[in-house]
Design a protein around this ligand. Structure first.
Ligand SMILES: Cc1ncc(COP(=O)(O)O)c(C=O)c1O
Length: 395
């Protein structure tokens, strides 16, 4: 309860004193299970210290089994997975691609890598993910103008699946492919199926802050084997079949290493347990912060089982008596990492000239949203430490 004691006045919350240094509580640190190291040893013993090898094959196979996708290819990052995903959907210079505005840049920058133009769609306030109604309006407008987008990249946000069936219904009507950005939502379920399943492809991240990690990596998954074969070909420098190096198109060096696949394999085997822990952390925060005026939690969309990758709260400064930034700084003063929710892409300087469809929902979420520490090694004492500081900020 030291955090609680370190805040005694309103000023402490606005300009917090540095308390004696406690152990840093990170937002979402890696959590190794113990299964990984023997698999890494095995990779070393096989001498497949390369972007090919048995761990990579096993990882792709077990990933497909765990998620229900027919095929998966393991790549260097989530960003690379979205990039290759757009490429195999034939997105190229001059194309339009619709994306969520309330997301991380790794889901949008690959559109620009391909020379295409993003169109940023606002969120539905009920789910915080891409609003299918706004998408439909925009697609109708595009169709009237004779410029239908090439793809749609909705984000499964903070572990919350987007409303994929509604998005697919609209996309199918206009003949547009959907590539789900499931970077933040590995293991989450939408109407009983894994996120992304039903779209042309789903992209996933194993970055160090994700629910499982191999230090850095990604996967592209699909039920269409030809798409994944092509992704694998492009990710390995687009090498044509020949004894020498022969190239008839440009590819990328995007394959995951066999050593990192070994870590990924160990992590994949504890994914379900990690989801249970993240959901439990969310429930514990909700219980500890219940009744505080002005605090609300990210909703769980209907028919979904979110992974609760991060616990996200909204802080209404009027009702709570302190704003999001004051709470963040009070937590930081106690050596606790928290983070504002994503700054919408349409507010990013780099996208200042990009078309945004709506935007106020994402802006409002950005003004008041805070991601709380959600690592699966957190104890209930750690959750108390965070909650007590938030309590102390309330006036
Ligand atoms: C929504 C979203 N898309 C894409 C990415 C990119 O993944 P990576 O960091 O593995 O490149 C991330 C996260 O890192 C993300 O949160």
């Amino acid at each position: 309860m030291g955090g609680f004691l370190s805040i005694r006045s309103a000023e402490d919350c606005v300009e917090p004193r540095k308390s004696e240094q406690k152990a840093r509580l990170f937002l979402s640190p890696p959590h190794m299970s113990g299964l990984e190291l023997p698999l890494v040893h095995e990779a070393f013993e096989s001498n497949y210290i390369a972007p090919v090898g048995p761990m990579l094959d096993a990882f792709e196979r077990e990933f497909a089994e765990a998620t229900g996708f027919a095929h998966a290819v393991a790549l260097a990052s989530g960003t690379a997975s979205i990039h290759v995903g757009l490429r195999i959907l034939d997105v190229g210079p001059g194309d339009l691609v619709m994306a969520s505005t309330f997301t991380f840049i790794g889901g949008v920058s690959p559109i620009v890598f391909q020379g295409a133009t993003p169109v940023l769609i606002d969120s539905d306030p009920a789910t915080w993910t891409m609003d299918p109604g706004l998408l439909e309006d925009e697609l109708s407008t595009c169709a009237r103008r004779g410029r239908v987008p090439k793809a749609i990249v909705p984000t499964d946000l903070y572990g919350q699946p987007c409303d994929l069936d509604a998005i697919l219904a609209v996309a199918d009507r206009f003949g547009v492919a959907v590539l789900c950005d499931g970077a933040e939502a590995l293991g989450a379920r939408y109407k009983g199926r894994h996120v992304g399943k039903g779209a042309r492809a789903g992209a996933f991240s194993l970055n160090g802050n994700k629910i499982i990690t191999n230090s850095g990596g990604g996967l592209l998954a699909s039920d269409d084997g030809r798409l994944i074969d092509r992704a694998r070909f492009l990710a390995h420098q687009a090498r044509d079949p020949a004894p020498h190096h022969e190239h008839s198109e440009i590819g990328y060096n995007y394959r995951m290493s066999n050593v990192l696949a070994a870590i990924g394999l160990g992590q994949l085997r504890v994914l379900d347990a990690r989801i249970e822990s993240r959901r439990s952390i969310f429930d514990q925060y909700r219980a500890r912060l219940r009744g505080l005026p002005g605090i609300s939690f990210m909703p769980e969309a209907e028919h979904c089982r979110a992974s609760r990758w991060l616990t996200v709260i909204l802080i209404d400064p009027e009702a709570f008596g302190a704003d999001r930034e004051q709470v963040r700084r009070a937590l930081e003063a106690d050596n606790i990492e928290s983070r504002p929710v994503w700054k919408p892409m349409h507010l990013q300087p780099v996208f200042k000239d990009v078309r945004a469809v709506g935007g106020r929902t994402a802006e409002r979420l950005f003004e008041t949203g805070l991601c709380l520490p959600s690592g699966t090694q957190m104890t209930s004492h750690d959750i108390d430490r965070v909650a007590s500081i938030i309590h102390a900020c309330c006036r």
